[in-house]
Design a protein around this ligand. Structure first.
Ligand code: ADP
Length: 445
């Protein structure tokens, strides 16, 4: 087992990884920008190294600074968390070339899944059902018109290098296809430095359902059930639940087993997530994330499996040590992402936290780096806390979530807590009858 792990991230996820390490008896190294010197993960880590100025490009995205920090602290392995360098195959390779272990899948798998076109091809070969779409990149309006004619409107242009819901544009018919094509390319170039786009049939009212998988270095593979992430705003997840209220046991086992077999066929090692859209009883693969995800705690709550611990064990060369028959699902879990944003306009709201009181009690978990007096810097993602609640049934979970949200107090900055308090009382949410468009309309009301 590793003696020391460097955590190449910040905020709640850096703290989350630190906690798993501590419980495994592993020492931690925090890296941080000058804007994060007071951060909780920096305070708690055994050692910390300042790796640069506030701008992420010069700190959390600086491969050289992070490798240097690992070298001077004599770390054995690097955990990238999510975002930043977590899905950067060059970084994973560089980590290995410098003699450290990258806590994640192989650079080959990161590269394969990081390009959405090669990812879909690999997914098809691994037996995953995919959204109908172009066979590869679409390079002209004429080509787009031909592809759209083949499977019908509406169609969606998506960035090959996409992520975070950016670079996506819908065309409703031949009249607006040219504009959608050009806008998607421009956005993709601006966001990812790569203008390549491809096309998919635009599903009208799907749910977003994803399957958490784990694979080890010896062909072992399991799925840890699904998460329903259909509550989205601008293609970004706001609240997630496990299990999905939309699936019955048959559909759940079917997609889980398809995902598990794909892990075997791909020879994939470590934690990963296969994302699907689900409409009228059919699943359509959209992408695979080759990292830990923000919403992994809901899976932990219903399985009792610490996903970060499993990532570390697998990276250290341990076999999974259990098979699918050992995995049991208990009750229901919901996670609310709390962002430092105006709950109505969604404008970022950085600043100093003047008061912080987090909810507690049975079945309540808060993953957050916040504390009273900490400064939320303006330079990074606005998510500052995750409230995760577990209950024996979905209804118990919902009642508990309402009371936990009412107990949660964050002052000094604005947060999206009021939005969550509204969502959990909305009849459609209570019924579990929502799709990926529902929240967008709800916030406009
Ligand atoms: P990203 O990597 O940018 O997050 P994804 O491919 O994971 O992109 O898609 C993000 C979200 O965009 C999905 O959860 C869904 O809401 C929407 N989306 C993606 N593809 C389609 C599609 N073919 N039809 C309808 N909605 C889609």
């Amino acid at each position: 087992m590793f003696d020391k792990i460097l955590i190449a991230n910040r905020g709640e996820i850096a703290l989350r990884i630190h906690r798993a390490c501590r419980e495994m008896g592993i020492k931690t190294v925090a890296v941080h920008s000058t804007a994060d010197s007071e951060a909780m993960h920096v305070r708690l880590a055994d050692e910390s190294v300042c790796i640069g100025p506030p701008s992420a490009r010069d700190s959390y995205l600086s491969k050289a600074a992070i490798i240097s920090a690992a070298t001077i602290t004599n770390a054995d392995a690097i955990h990238p968390g999510y975002g930043f360098l977590s899905e950067n195959a060059d970084f994973a390779e560089m980590v290995q070339d410098h003699g450290f272990t990258f806590i994640g899948p192989s650079p080959r798998h990161i590269r394969l899944m990081g390009d959405k076109i090669t990812a879909k091809q690999a997914a098809l070969e691994a037996g995953l059902p995919c959204v109908p779409g172009s066979a590869g990149a679409v390079t002209s309006e004429e080509e787009g018109l031909k592809v759209a004619a083949a499977f019908g409107y509406p169609v969606l242009f998506k960035a090959t290098a996409g992520g975070g819901g950016r670079g996506m544009k819908v065309a409703t018919g031949p009249h607006d296809l040219g504009e959608a094509f050009r806008t998607a390319r421009t956005e993709a170039q601006a966001a990812f430095g790569n203008s390549e786009v491809y096309m998919e049939k635009y599903l009208q009212n799907p749910r977003h359902i994803e399957v958490q998988v784990l694979g080890d270095n010896y062909g072992g593979a399991v799925y840890l059930g699904e998460r329903d992430c259909s509550l989205q705003r601008k293609h970004q997840k706001v609240l997630e639940e496990a299990r999905s209220p939309a699936l019955n046991d048959e559909a759940r086992a079917r997609i889980g087993e398809i995902a598990r077999r794909a892990v075997e066929r791909l020879g994939y090692s470590n934690a990963g997530t296969m994302e699907f859209l689900y409409e009228e009883g059919e699943f359509y693969f959209i992408e695979m994330n080759t990292r830990l995800q923000v919403e992994h705690p809901v899976t932990e709550m219903i399985t009792g499996i610490d996903v970060v611990r499993e990532q570390i064990r697998i990276a250290a060369g341990a076999p999974l040590g259990y098979d699918q028959s050992a995995i049991r699902f208990h009750g229901h879990a919901i996670e609310c992402r709390v962002n430092a944003e105006d709950p109505v306009t969604f404008a970022p709201s950085p600043g100093r936290v003047t008061y912080f009181h987090q909810p507690g009690g049975m079945g309540v978990r808060v993953d957050s780096g916040l504390y009273q007096g900490v400064m939320v810097p303006p330079h990074y993602d606005s998510m500052v806390a995750k409230l995760i609640v577990h209950g024996a049934t979905r209804n118990e979970c919902l009642m508990r979530l309402r009371r936990a949200l009412d107990e949660f107090v964050i002052e000094g900055i604005q947060t999206t807590l009021p939005l969550h308090r509204r969502i959990v009382r909305a009849p459609e949410f209570v019924d579990g009858a929502y799709d990926i468009r529902w929240l967008e309309n709800f916030v406009d009301q």
